[in-house]
Design a protein around this ligand. Structure first.
Ligand code: GDP
Ligand code: MN
Length: 396
């Protein structure tokens, strides 16, 4: 789950990471109240989960209530890269001497945590990585050992952090590591981490992504969940407790088990298709879940064919088949289904499907994953070609 900047800063504050005093505001009046509390000058910042807000006009300095009114009024409701601004964060403005970059993430290949630190902050780290890669210090951290103050200080020196900021940055890096690990983050990024003219160091921005698998030990995350911005497909999937991730391809995918779902995505790619989603209906999926999964997939306008890949263990073939029959009765599926049903009670399941009177144009069964993927991709790609011709005809 991705947090907004203001939530990230609230999260940072719990781990003693210094941030500017401020408050979130949903209206112009609330923004003025927040500014009075924070003390002028303030900065009014659009809260959207996308970078480059400054360049888009979503970050403005204000010296008095009139200026807060003006800026909050223009920023609230603004569209930034397809995200509508529903709230602003108003904080006491900082004087900036230098802008640095710091983040922790997980390096899966190395099986370690990764600190990225740079004296070239304030701009997107991807840009620094492209244009000036030697300006980024990468430090792998063994999760068993963590990072010591000395190691943090050495990293700061390596990264050419200004001498007067090294101690402050080192303390910050240790605190941010605690936030990253104890706080169960997938990503904890500060950009910019600033050095003030008075020599102090603090976080001017916050990008935090929480690891949903750790949600069970963080009841306090519920308040973040309340403002989470999911796309409609993801909301629908969540309401059915389905493990769903929206993608931009044309083959809708349903599989049981995350591993099988990922392999299915790979095979679809291999045979020239693209997946519209990842969807794992889980180990003990029943008819209800299958019906819900089909509803979610059907909601996605890009889906041109649906590939159902079930290898039944605990999941039983006849339950899967019943779910499909039920779903077909409940929703008018726009795309045809190709199914590969194997494992527990697969034969029984195939029989149910064969006897349900579903026209062949709506459902085909294939014996292997590869054949099923080929058939689903062929349908999706044929639909894409037909659409292209349709568009050309319309424009003529
Ligand atoms: P992003 O562009 O969406 O990542 O938003 P940031 O929060 O990182 O802010 C972008 C830039 O705005 C920063 O790099 C700063 O240069 C500037 N900025 C943000 N807050 C302040 C502030 O309190 N004082 C000053 N002087 N500049 C600020
Ligand atoms: Mn930033």
């Amino acid at each position: 789950m991705d947090l907004f900047e203001y939530q990230g800063k609230q999260y940072f504050a719990r781990y003693d990471i210094a941030v500017s005093p401020g408050d979130v505001a949903y209206t112009v009046d609330e923004a003025v109240a927040a500014a009075e509390m924070a003390g002028y000058p303030v900065v009014v910042k659009a809260q959207v989960q996308v970078g480059g807000r400054g360049k888009a006009g979503g970050i403005k300095l204000a010296d008095n209530a009139d200026e807060v009114r003006l800026h909050a009024g223009s920023i609230l409701g603004m569209d930034i890269k397809g995200h509508t601004v529903k709230r602003v964060w108003v904080e006491h403005a900082s004087d900036i001497a230098k802008e640095y970059y710091a983040s922790y993430s997980l390096d899966r290949a190395a099986k370690k945590h990764l600190l990225m630190l740079s004296a070239a902050g304030g701009i997107e780290i991807e840009t620094v990585a492209l244009e000036n890669p030697e300006a980024i210090v990468l430090l792998h951290i063994d999760p068993v050992d963590g990072i010591s103050l000395d190691a943090a200080r050495a990293a700061a020196v390596d990264a050419h952090i200004d001498a007067q900021a090294v101690d402050g940055v080192a303390v910050m890096l240790v605190a941010l590591y605690r936030c990253f690990t104890e706080g169960d983050c997938d990503l904890a990024e500060i950009n910019p981490l600033i050095l003030r003219p008075d020599g102090g160091v603090h976080a001017l921005d916050a990008k935090v992504s929480l690891d949903n698998n750790a949600a069970f030990r963080h009841p306090e995350w519920d308040e973040f969940r309340a403002t989470e911005e999911l796309d409609e497909r993801e909301q629908l999937a969540r309401s059915h407790d389905l493990q769903y991730i929206g993608l931009d391809g044309t083959v809708g995918i349903i599989a049981n088990g995350a591993g099988l779902a990922m392999s299915t995505l790979d095979v679809v790619n291999q045979v020239g298709g693209s997946a519209a989603n990842f969807l794992d209906i889980g180990g003990g999926a029943n008819a209800d879940m299958m019906a819900a999964a089909l509803e979610v997939i059907n909601f996605d306008q890009n889906v041109a064919s649906i590939l159902i890949n079930i290898f039944g263990g605990i999941t039983r073939g006849e339950e899967v088949a019943n779910g499909i029959v039920e779903a077909l009765g409940r929703v008018a599926l726009r795309a045809p289904i190709v199914i590969r049903l194997d494992g527990t009670n697969a034969e029984q399941g195939r029989e149910i499907l064969a006897n349900a009177g579903i026209p062949a144009s709506k459902l085909t069964s294939k014996p292997t994953m590869l054949e099923a993927a080929r058939a689903a991709v062929a349908i999706a790609n044929a639909t894409a070609i037909a659409d292209e011709h349709g568009t050309q005809n319309r424009s003529n």
